[in-house]
Design a protein around this ligand. Structure first.
Ligand code: SF4
Ligand code: SF4
Length: 321
């Protein structure tokens, strides 16, 4: 019997989601035995024209990682949507926008000026920037268009399921592949992990006092953290209260606070706003100037509270740039 065809594709991402597939270790043999991988640019030489030549819905499932930043990515995910029965947003960048989504605090002009002109290591006196079309004696060179705004996968195409995480843990990937092969999937639109906050399963939760009250926000690099104590109770920002669990508390177990890569639980619309409101409720200071001083001690609020989720948040991007 013919095996189901599967695609893995990457857009604006770091490559960590591709590593996560490799991290399946010997389980990858079970995947390869059960499915026929027909598109995986990082590992195999299939071309866009091969996909274009396939009948619609030929792929049982496409796993797409990365945010949508360029016209080429937009075209490819639209093509994969057409050719796939199911589309799974794989990893934090396609699910929420991820780290590449933090570029939504700037626009294309600002990004190009920084990357191609103003950095100290760049010499570009004529201000030459990438162009979508460049004429040379041999013909035309083309590049994809670079968009002003980074988008999530579901802001570009219809998405069936989400595999969260930066990167998704191997056990969740295996569970998702098994559920797809066995046809035991939850309702469309589900995030394929638990729907409870990370704090609920965190081993440090037992050290959290019933009433949290902090007088100062500390950076992890400024203190020696007691590995038995809840980060937030010590005044170290941990996004556990606003973040969906299911990662195996990977950062907490490595003695680092959560940064929210699994995204929000179902009830939370905007995880940055949700975390800010939790944080505001535990700051135990009445003096206005003292409150301002504490707020100012958070050096990069967008980078901290929306590290993975800016494009999917209510803010979505900085306005007026
Ligand atoms: S705030 Fe962080 S450290 Fe504290 S219980 Fe929640 S996830 Fe664990
Ligand atoms: S602890 Fe938070 S940031 Fe770390 S893997 Fe889990 S959800 Fe992601």
């Amino acid at each position: 019997m013919a095996k189901p065809l599967v695609a893995f594709y990457w857009c604006a991402s770091c490559g960590g989601c591709e590593e996560a597939v490799i991290d399946l270790a010997e389980d990858i043999l079970k995947v390869v035995e059960a499915v026929d991988i027909r598109l995986w640019p990082v590992a195999m030489d299939f071309k866009r024209s091969d996909v274009e030549a396939m009948a619609d819905k030929s792929f049982a499932v496409s796993f797409i990682n990365g945010a949508i930043r360029t016209s080429e990515q937009e075209e490819m995910v639209k093509l994969l949507r057409q050719k796939s029965g199911l589309v799974v947003a794989f990893g934090a960048c396609s699910h929420l926008g991820g780290i590449p989504g933090l570029a939504n605090v700037a626009n294309k002009k600002e990004i190009f000026e920084t990357a191609y002109k103003s950095t100290r290591s760049t010499v570009n006196p004529k201000g030459v920037y990438p162009q979508t079309v460049t004429e040379i004696p041999q013909g035309k060179l083309t590049l994809p268009e670079f968009f002003d705004t980074v988008k999530t996968l579901d802001q570009t195409i219809d998405v069936d399921y989400y595999l969260p995480g930066c990167a998704p843990p191997p056990d969740l990937i295996m569970q998702a592949v098994t559920a797809i092969l066995e046809g035991k999937l939850p309702e469309k639109g589900s995030v394929l992990t638990v729907d409870k906050a990370l704090c609920e399963t965190c081993p440090l939760n037992k050290s959290k006092p019933d009433v949290l009250a902090i007088k100062e926000i500390k950076r992890i690099s400024e203190v020696i953290h007691d590995p038995e104590k809840c980060f937030l109770a010590e005044g170290i920002i941990c996004l556990g209260p606003a973040t969906r669990g299911g990662c195996g508390e990977r950062c907490i177990n490595a003695n680092m606070p959560c940064r929210g890569c699994f995204g929000p639980t179902k009830e939370v619309k905007d995880m940055g706003a949700k975390f800010l409101s939790s944080l505001a409720s535990i700051i135990d200071v009445d003096d206005v100037q003292e409150i301002e001083r504490i707020a100012e001690s958070v050096l990069d609020p967008i980078g901290l509270f929306y590290m993975y989720s800016l494009p999917s948040s209510i803010l979505r991007r900085k306005q007026g740039v």
